[in-house]
Design a protein around this ligand. Structure first.
Ligand SMILES: [Zn+2]
Length: 165
């Protein structure tokens, strides 16, 4: 009995905490690209989608936070804008996309990368490999966003497809 409880506790600690308990479901609108972003902040008190939502709604005057997902420093995936709604995150390149933002500017954690991989694999599987993954910097001259090597983290080919799927 003790042993079973220990396994259960271990399972909760290793999966439930850093991965949120949801599975990705395809929106009814057409999607062909996934964009990766960073929050451009290493401040601990910015590490929550409610803060980003506040910036986007109160400062930008938008209807909701611009991103569909936010990945906290501890790897937790938070839901943002409804997937049925086009994001506001890559100016001129929002249509037919899903956007994911990791908290951080220069510092990112292994847990964040694990959660990003898990989420992108889920998305890629549901779309049967027909979507491509990109960093924000690919569609703008001014930014370095997402400030980490997403090509390596997601093991992408030169077109942005996840390899080995
Ligand atoms: Zn960005």
């Amino acid at each position: 009995m003790m042993h079973i409880n220990f396994i259960l506790l271990f399972t909760i600690l290793t999966s439930g905490i850093y991965y949120s308990d949801f599975t990705f479901e395809k929106p009814s609108r057409y999607v062909d690209r996934i964009f990766i972003h960073c929050s451009d902040s290493d401040w601990k008190h910015h590490d929550d989608i409610s803060v980003i939502r506040k910036w986007h709604v109160e400062e930008n005057g938008w209807g909701d936070v611009g991103y569909h997902y936010f990945i906290k420093r501890n790897g937790t995936i938070q839901k943002g804008r409804d997937l049925e709604i086009t994001p506001s995150s890559q100016k001129g390149h929002n249509n037919k996309t899903i956007s994911i933002c990791l908290h951080g500017r220069e510092r990112f954690t292994k847990r964040q990368f694990e959660s990003l991989k898990k989420l992108c694999l889920e998305i890629n599987t549901l779309y049967k490999g027909r979507v491509t993954f990109h960093g924000h910097r690919e569609v703008t001259d001014e930014k370095t966003c997402p400030n980490f090597d997403y090509v390596k983290v997601l093991n992408l080919d030169k077109h942005g497809r996840m390899k080995g799927i």
